[in-house]
Write a protein that binds this ligand. Structure first.
Ligand code: AGP
Length: 605
């Protein structure tokens, strides 16, 4: 999960590379670097930290050149440091890399025996030296393919060769890479988002592909050294902007626009006149589905966990949820009558992509729910349901979570209606209730001031707990994930009924415990669990849509959220938790959009 950019032009490229790297920072931001050709040499500049630091270095000591590559890093092999930052260059070759080379230690030993001296702790430097070594005896394409054959693992590469100083070279296996076509220049990017400001004409590389870019030509080769033709796609025009506007950071913008996210998504799927859901060319007849398997990572997995309750409520089909990094390595029984649904904001998450690939190899029906419609997951799956949330830049997923849940909810009611498990009138009622959701989300967002007060209470805490039952249990997991991800405070989410089986031991005087208790069939039971927490000194923050029913002077904060259809409470309950994480992190001066150690798009295992 690093970001790669390459530009082959006939004019200076440094400033465009820097601008693109800034866009790619969501993929990694612990170090950055650039390499260009200048006066017959490879000029490499790199630094720890953000692209701003690289810009300062270039301001003092400018680079020139019309051919260049750049990189933002999310450390895998070796600590974030200037030496470990990419590019990694020899006299002859400069390399930027996204992915992991699993056999780098063995290759390194062989290269050291040949006299190559390694400067960094990265796995990338072996690529630089392998290329340098093969180049002594082979032509360019042979050199690249011979190098790639030595590598185990997944990667996307951007390469400069001193000997071919009009070329930017790209290659991929497992990690995404795209080529963009511009006027008198061509681009290489680890995703189309980085290229979008420069072009909407894109070619995606497939595994084993190599591309050679000059300012006016792009050639593709396969792993057998043969020239190949590739399709040029025109990307969809993006109505949503990726600007912060008047917001302090992307995350607050993304939280606050969730009513619009919901509105757009509902508009895309719900036919307002017929009061029906548009779902054409679905890859499997809903009536034939025996089991639905929902797969994702992190927040996307939490949306699957919420959806399990919906599907189970509305259909008779068997429902299973799985974390992609587990699914991909288990001995799964693939069945033709199962539908495998992959949920991912970025559509590039390595584990989710690998799980999908496994399904494709086993020839079962797949569907993806993504935000980025040009992503690898969208392109590989049989059917795509976009969430239409617009670019999500903050590393912590918020509006994409709402979008993912919405599409899953829409799918659950549509499939159940087609299967005749949901009657016509109930189906129409569900659609009518759904149409009220954007307004309810807007009202929920008004709780900001109260949340700011509650957030102050978390500053002294050593940790926090989140509890809920039924649909609120996965939301408790999501609330805990948001808090730990943004504020670095230890947080755990639990099914409230599970507390007595161990977690209750964690409750001590002053520990903040967020109780999610919408007025549903679990309400009384959750409130009893809340009393157990209070009795042990826990500092309870109760979030409910019926707070009047609860009278306990020992509840520290009681937040009332709008009432909704019972099945829609996850959308409402998630919002105060996102805001809570945001405000705690903000009070602790944490980097909201770029929390430590994380990246937006997890393209390594
Ligand atoms: C959410 O706040 C996280 N940053 C993370 O859990 C994320 O949801 C996960 O990495 C999956 O990403 P995806 O939706 O792009 O596949």
């Amino acid at each position: 999960m690093c970001g790669i950019i390459g530009i082959a032009s006939n004019k200076p490229v440094v400033s465009n590379i820097i601008q693109s790297l800034k866009k790619l920072e969501y993929r990694g931001y612990d170090s950055a670097g650039i390499a260009t050709f200048a006066n017959g040499f490879i000029d490499e500049k790199k630094c720890t930290g953000r692209v701003d630091n690289l810009e300062k270095i270039l301001f003092k000591n400018p680079s020139s050149g019309s051919i260049g590559i750049g990189h933002v890093r999310w450390a895998t092999h070796g600590i974030p440091s200037q030496i470990n930052a990419h590019p990694h260059s020899s006299e002859e070759v400069s390399v930027v890399h996204n992915g992991i080379i699993e056999n780098s230690n063995e290759i390194k030993k062989d290269l050291e025996k040949k006299g190559y001296k390694f400067k960094s702790q990265t796995d990338t430097e072996v690529i630089t030296f392998l290329l340098t070594d093969f180049l002594k005896d082979f032509d360019l394409i042979n050199t690249i393919n011979k190098t790639l054959k030595k590598l185990n693992g997944s990667f996307a590469l951007g390469i400069l060769f001193k000997k071919f100083n009009n070329l930017v070279v790209g290659a991929r296996r497992g990690s995404p890479l795209a080529v963009g076509y511009g006027p008198e220049e061509n681009y290489l990017g680890s995703d189309s988002y980085a290229l979008k400001s420069m072009t909407n004409k894109i070619t995606y590389l497939d595994d084993g592909d190599i591309c050679l870019l000059t300012n006016n030509k792009v050639d593709f080769y396969n792993s057998k050294n043969k020239k190949i033709n590739k399709e040029i796609l025109t990307l969809s025009s993006e109505k949503h902007t990726a600007e912060k506007g008047h917001y302090k950071d992307f995350m607050s913008k993304e939280i606050n626009e969730q009513n619009v996210t919901a509105k757009t998504c509902i508009k895309e799927y719900v036919d307002q006149i017929r009061r029906d859901i548009n779902l054409y060319n679905f890859p499997i007849k809903p009536k034939e589905i025996e089991k639905i398997v929902l797969i994702g990572c992190g927040t996307a997995f939490h949306s699957c966990a919420v959806a399990k309750y919906w599907f189970e409520e509305f259909t008779n089909a068997e429902i299973e949820i799985d974390i992609a990094s587990e699914f991909r390595y288990r001995k799964v029984q693939f069945k033709k009558k199962n539908l495998y649904i992959f949920v991912s904001q970025s559509g590039e998450t390595a584990d989710t992509l690998a799980a999908l690939d496994l399904c494709k190899k086993n020839k079962v029906k797949t569907c993806s729910i993504v935000n980025v419609v040009e992503s690898s997951i969208a392109r590989l799956s049989d059917f795509v349901l976009p969430i239409h949330a617009g670019p999500e830049i903050g590393v912590a997923s918020t509006k994409a979570f709402i979008g993912q849940m919405l599409v899953l909810y829409i799918l659950a009611i549509k499939i159940s209606e087609v299967r005749k498990e949901l009657s016509g009138p109930v189906y129409v009622k569900k659609i009518n209730e759904l149409k009220k959701l954007p307004e309810l989300i807007k009202k929920t967002l008004l709780c900001q001031d109260k949340i700011q007060v509650i957030a102050k209470d978390f500053l002294q805490a050593r940790g926090a707990m989140f509890m809920g039952r039924g649909l609120s249990f996965p939301i408790a997991l999501e609330g805990a994930l948001k808090l730990k991800e943004l504020s670095y405070l230890h947080a755990e989410g639990y099914p409230a009924g599970e507390m007595k089986h161990g977690p209750l031991a964690l409750i001590e005087e002053g520990l903040p415990v967020v109780i999610l208790a919408p007025k549903d069939k679990y309400f009384e039971k959750t409130i009893s669990n809340m009393q157990e927490v209070i009795a042990r000194g826990g500092k309870v923050i109760l979030i409910s849509n019926d707070n009047n029913t609860v009278t306990s002077e020992n509840v520290r904060f009681s937040l009332e959220v709008p009432k909704s259809d019972e099945q829609l409470t996850p959308f409402i309950m998630a919002i105060p938790l996102q805001l809570l994480a945001y405000h705690v992190a903000s009070l602790k001066n944490c980097n909201i959009d770029k929390p430590r150690n994380l990246a937006k798009s997890v393209t390594v295992e």
